[in-house]
Write a protein that binds this ligand. Structure first.
Ligand code: SF4
Length: 269
């Protein structure tokens, strides 16, 4: 079964996905481990923020709101960092840099959130739960989706449900393009949209990619053009796996230089 996350790997380079699928040695790079760490820390940060919103009292200043929100975050980062340094062979200097960067990002995000919460407290009667719902709408987190007919499965980062409408949201740590989203990201959102339609019987007209590095959520309109592109890519992927043949592709040397299969790939540029 094709996993939604492998669509972006296929778009990056079909050979890479082919090697990953058919080679015994599944390579785990420092970048992949870093990706897992970022995902876990982001998830935890959101949970801590949601919980801490409940502890915000009336009539307190922005600085105090920030302190309440950010409480526990440094300790949480340290715990996750320690866990991963025991689980994997990680480069400690890189891990420390990653944790420092994340702590800076979380601190900034908490300060910004404190500013917004202060405005809500000042101008509305919303408190506790209502404020949490305002900033974190009802959602399904890391929700598994699977459809035999489509031969497709995946785990979506988040589905936000607002007034009964389902919005798939995928989080990315990469820098986005100048405008819109990368094609691979749009295709993955479209794939989740199709799965939500098939499995949850909810039509999805728009999804979002959250580019955390720049703190921006960008929309993806699910239209027939994107659907067609998605099904063409899925057809090519299915053919590649069934026939065990690599489809035609364009080689980009700069991609090869960053690729973990560089050492064993006979196509490398
Ligand atoms: S080395 Fe280049 S051609 Fe080979 S899998 Fe990686 S990106 Fe693709």
């Amino acid at each position: 079964m094709i996993s939604v996350s492998s669509i972006s790997e296929f778009i990056y380079c079909p050979v890479k996905l082919y090697l990953k699928h058919f080679q015994e040695n599944n390579i785990q790079t420092q970048e992949m481990i870093a990706g897992k760490i970022v995902q876990e820390m982001r998830r935890g940060f959101e949970e801590i923020t949601k919980r801490n919103i409940w502890n915000i009292k009336d009539n307190i200043e922005i600085k105090e709101i920030y302190e309440v929100l950010f409480d526990e975050v440094p300790q949480f980062i340290e715990n996750v960092s320690r866990k991963y340094s025991k689980m994997y062979e990680v480069d400690i200097l890189n891990l420390n840099d990653l944790c420092n960067d994340l702590e800076e990002d979380f601190e900034l995000e908490s300060r910004f959130m404190a500013l917004k919460i202060k405005e809500v407290l000042k101008n509305t009667n919303k408190r506790g739960m209502e404020i949490t719902e305002m900033f974190f709408p009802q959602s399904l987190l890391h929700f598994p989706l699977k459809n035999e007919e489509l031969n497709l499965s995946g785990k979506i980062d988040k589905i936000e449900i607002i007034n009964g409408i389902y919005y798939p949201i995928d989080t990315r740590t990469a820098i986005p393009p100048g405008n819109g989203v990368w094609l691979a990201d749009a295709l993955q959102i479209a794939a989740y949209a199709v799965l939500i339609d098939y499995e949850l019987n909810k039509e999805v007209l728009v999804g979002f990619v959250e580019y955390k590095k720049i703190g921006e959520r960008r929309p993806v309109i699910i239209n027939s053009i994107l659907h067609n592109k998605l099904f063409n890519v899925l057809d090519s992927m299915n053919r590649m796996f069934e026939r065990q043949e690599i489809p035609e592709f364009k080689l980009f040397k700069n991609k090869c230089q960053k690729c973990e299969y560089m050492e064993i790939c006979e196509y490398r540029g």
